[in-house]
Design a protein around this ligand. Structure first.
Ligand code: AMP
Ligand code: ZN
Length: 468
């Protein structure tokens, strides 16, 4: 097997990837919070994760890929304050939280399909794992890592000596931070909520019947009625499906200081281990040097992009032109240039002969580049070089089909006129005649002959045919 190198945020260096179990990889990626449409910044991260998964599979690993759907617990501030994003949307759109979650989950999955992002093996909805999350907190409590204050149960980060490692946090510096509201009750400023109590509980600072009635998502727990802290779902679900130690966890870079740092602390609390071996993070899509984001109000959705007549795969191509660890600046001009670039590429490839014996030299170089921390810009340069090379076009096509297993750009398209040379046209006519005479034996024989020439024919009920 070829070696794979990945940049591990935990150790801030590129490391050779060594799976925990031979030939298998457990992979977890933080999924969307389904209160609104995903924007193309979010989707950049999912493209990076899709490339990672495809690379692992290309290298013959059996990948178990889990992604969560956050449908509860993600508050408007990452610091356990504000409203639940789903509850807020539900009020705004006058729908139930379930309707909101279902609607935006569907929209998200459509985005993935449009971008040729392969689905994970399992989707996990946070609300389907409340029992597991409660039992996770119980385990942490038993180990003396938690404490309760008026609005919930918190993790005491001072109990975890390696808390700051993933994000290289300056914990001492943070002690001086603002101590207002619930922060006054917390032992350490970065302590985070495991279980948030309902606004109806005894000493809750926002105790109110009205607030409680508005809230749709609450469950009973040993600490009182409430809902899980946002970080908890990913720990509970990843460990449940991938085990106490698993290979790779990824997400966008914004998750390093809070969400993943807290997940890592909880994981350690329950497993006594460094549960995740490789933490991988994708850089931001930016627009005029500012992060694309909902709160920044500068976001573009894939739906808008399509409405402008642009191909979602042009966006995928645009994303692959940058390394996943570099910032990528979005502009409509750059996206249009990517669309032209991709169209030209596909046009040129469509004239190539049907695939036959690939170009080993290029395949090797491609593999080395992609295995070197997913260097997609380099692989695209190799693709261009291959197209310009002197190899027969049938060999180029064969190799491009392989490249596309990772690039996912639908590069293997044919130009109909070129394919239908006179011999093929004759064969198709002969086959049509055989079909009319109900001579299916001959028709099948010709079908096989056509397939050998790279032509797939599909019969229609009205006696006609279609070429695939
Ligand atoms: P969210 O739905 O907010 O949890 O975000 C989903 C994913 O998108 C997370 O992995 C984020 O880290 C990532 N993300 C958010 N904003 C951007 C951005 N501007 N560029 C790339 N990834 C982003
Ligand atoms: Zn997560």
């Amino acid at each position: 097997m070829e070696k794979i190198f990945l940049y591990n945020t935990l150790n801030r260096k590129k490391e050779e990837f060594k799976p925990i179990k031979k030939d298998k990889v457990g992979l977890y990626a933080c999924g969307p919070t389904v209160y609104d449409y995903a924007h193309i910044g979010n989707l950049r991260t999912y493209i990076f994760e899709d490339v990672l998964r495809r690379v692992l599979e290309y290298n013959n690993y059996k990948v178990k890929y889990i992604m969560n759907i956050t449908d509860v617990g993600h508050l408007t501030s990452d610091a356990d304050e504000g409203e639940d994003k789903l509850e807020k949307s539900s009020q705004k759109e006058s729908k139930t939280v379930e309707e909101i979650a279902e609607f935006y989950t569907k929209a998200f999955k459509e985005n993935l399909k449009d971008l040729n992002i392969l689905f994970p093996d399992k989707w996990c909805k946070a609300t389907d794992y409340i029992k597991e999350q409660i039992s996770f907190v119980k385990k942490l409590e038993k180990k003396g890592l938690t404490y309760q204050i008026s609005d919930g149960v918190y993790f005491d980060i001072s109990k975890y000596p390696a808390y700051a490692k993933l994000a290289k946090l300056n914990i001492e510096g943070q002690k001086e931070g603002a101590r207002v509201g619930i922060n006054k009750e917390k032992r350490n400023p970065t302590d985070f909520a495991l279980w948030k109590l309902s606004a109806l509980q005894g000493t809750h600072p926002e105790r109110s019947e009205e607030l409680h009635k508005k809230r749709q998502m609450e469950w009973k727990s040993p600490w009182g009625v409430g809902f899980p802290g946002w970080h908890l779902e990913c720990s509970a679900m990843s460990i449940k499906h991938l085990g106490k130690e698993f290979d790779i966890h990824c997400g966008g870079i914004d998750h390093i200081p809070i969400h993943h740092t807290n997940e890592r602390a909880q994981n350690w609390g329950v497993t006594d281990k460094e549960t995740v071996k490789y933490w991988l993070h994708g850089e931001f899509l930016v627009i005029n040097k500012e992060r694309m984001g909902k709160s920044e109000r500068n976001f573009v959705t894939l739906q808008t992009l399509k409405a402008k007549g642009l191909n979602p795969l042009a966006y995928r191509y645009f994303v692959l032109q940058a390394h996943y660890r570099s910032k990528l600046n979005f502009s409509w001009e750059a996206l249009k240039a990517a669309q032209n670039g991709l169209d030209n590429l596909i046009k040129e490839i469509s004239t190539f002969d049907p695939p036959k014996i690939g170009c080993a030299e290029f395949e090797q170089r491609f593999l080395q580049a992609i295995n070197d921390d997913l260097d997609t810009p380099k692989t695209l340069a190799i693709l261009q070089e291959l197209i310009k090379s002197d190899y027969p076009s049938s060999a180029k096509r064969q190799t491009i089909i392989k490249f596309d297993k990772i690039l996912g750009l639908n590069l293997n398209q044919y130009k109909q006129e070129k394919r239908l040379n006179s011999k093929i046209k004759e064969l198709i006519e002969e086959r049509q005649l055989a079909r009319q005479k109900k001579d299916f034996k001959t028709a099948d024989k010709i079908r096989r002959e056509l397939e050998k020439q790279g032509i797939k024919i599909k019969d229609k009920a009205d006696g006609g045919y279609e070429l695939e």
